[in-house]
Write a protein that binds this ligand. Structure first.
Ligand SMILES: [Mg+2]
Length: 343
């Protein structure tokens, strides 16, 4: 099986440079300009100063005083994404787009998979003026690791033997599927790298981390049987948080704000908008209640999301002690675009 993972380099920043060539070779961050704003994408020049995605903007500016901040544009990146990935689809291989700037292609059967990948990379640069990194391997997990190894404009091939060596040295935070919480729990167990993870038994991982645990067991051995599924779509995006029982409204309000912030960031990063907002609570008796509202226009941005979530929460909450609060957005539209014509 030949799986290719393609990942556009510093995508939002690269599109901004395309639209305004004066920004070329400058330290640039795309993201929120207000004090609470976060960096959505940093150009490679900005990354040299330590600026990276998801970093608060004030921190980015203190690391890089010359940083040029460009606000995230609505719709534009989705439009470019559609053009680039629409072009890649024309090669006729199965393609699964996993975010606004990333896709897997199953190029099994290609006469020369590496040459094909290089052609795609060169043509994307020539036709759209955008650089893309490629990773070629025998499964999704390693293809994604490969595309990340030599950015920007990288091209990396990982075969089985090399795959096993690479995984051993991989910090656990780089292993797909390991989120912050899982990473923290693994570190408590003294597990920091792929090699450490190899020491854990399947049953132990299953008991400790459920289904994801068995997946980790496989991944770290270079096994990933996931197929490239062209039609696969994310159904919802959001966060859920459990905490010691409380009825503090101030606490709920603060957690909702944080959820709205995280969810809005993820949606922006992935180029997704959604029409339905859902708030979920779990009471001390483990009763779960949810309330949703669907809007005629997509709910975008942290402020709008918080406003709607807070209204739903207020109509749902009766003053009892809670142990869980969740916020999610569904009825999603990927690569949302306002039909701007500029390319
Ligand atoms: Mg990218």
């Amino acid at each position: 099986m030949d799986i290719l993972h393609v990942d556009m380099d510093a995508f939002f920043a690269s599109v901004e440079i395309l639209l305004n060539p004066a920004l070329k070779n400058k330290p640039l961050a795309v993201g929120g300009r207000n004090p609470s704003g976060i960096v959505t994408t940093a150009s490679y020049e900005a990354r040299k100063y330590g600026v990276h995605s998801a970093m608060p903007m004030f921190m980015a500016k203190s690391l890089c005083p010359n940083l040029i901040v460009v606000p995230t544009r609505k719709g534009v990146y989705g439009e470019v994404s559609r053009k680039v990935f629409g072009y890649l689809e024309h090669y006729g291989y199965k393609m699964e787009q996993v975010s606004i700037d990333e896709a897997y292609l199953d190029i099994t059967g290609a006469k020369d998979p590496a040459a094909l990948a290089k052609t795609m990379q060169r043509e994307v640069a020539r036709r759209f003026g955008l650089s893309m990194s490629c990773g070629l391997s025998y499964n999704k997990f390693l293809a994604k690791i490969a595309s990340d190894m030599d950015k920007p404009a990288g091209f990396t091939v990982i075969d089985e033997a090399r795959g096993r060596e690479i995984i051993k040295d991989l910090p656990i935070s780089k292993i797909h599927g390991i989120g912050k919480k899982t990473a923290a729990r693994l570190r408590e167990l003294g597990i920091h790298t792929g090699a450490d993870l190899l020491l854990l038994e399947r049953d132990f991982l299953k008991e400790s981390f459920g289904k994801m645990g068995t997946e980790l067991y496989d991944r770290v051995r270079g096994v990933d049987l996931r197929l490239v599924e062209p039609g696969r779509k994310r159904k919802s995006i959001g966060t859920e948080e459990t905490f010691p029982e409380t009825r503090s409204r101030a606490f709920f309000k603060e957690r909702l704000m944080e959820s709205a912030r995280q969810t809005a960031f993820l949606m922006e990063k992935k180029g997704i908008v959604g029409y339905t907002v859902t708030v979920k609570i779990k009471t001390r008796d483990f009763d779960t209640h949810t309330k949703s509202k669907t809007f005629p226009e997509p709910v975008e941005g942290e402020k709008a999301l918080y406003r709607e979530a807070k209204a739903l929460f207020d109509s749902l909450y009766g003053g009892e002690k809670l142990r869980l609060l969740g916020l999610s957005v569904s009825a999603l539209e990927e690569n949302y675009s306002r039909q701007l014509r500029f390319l």
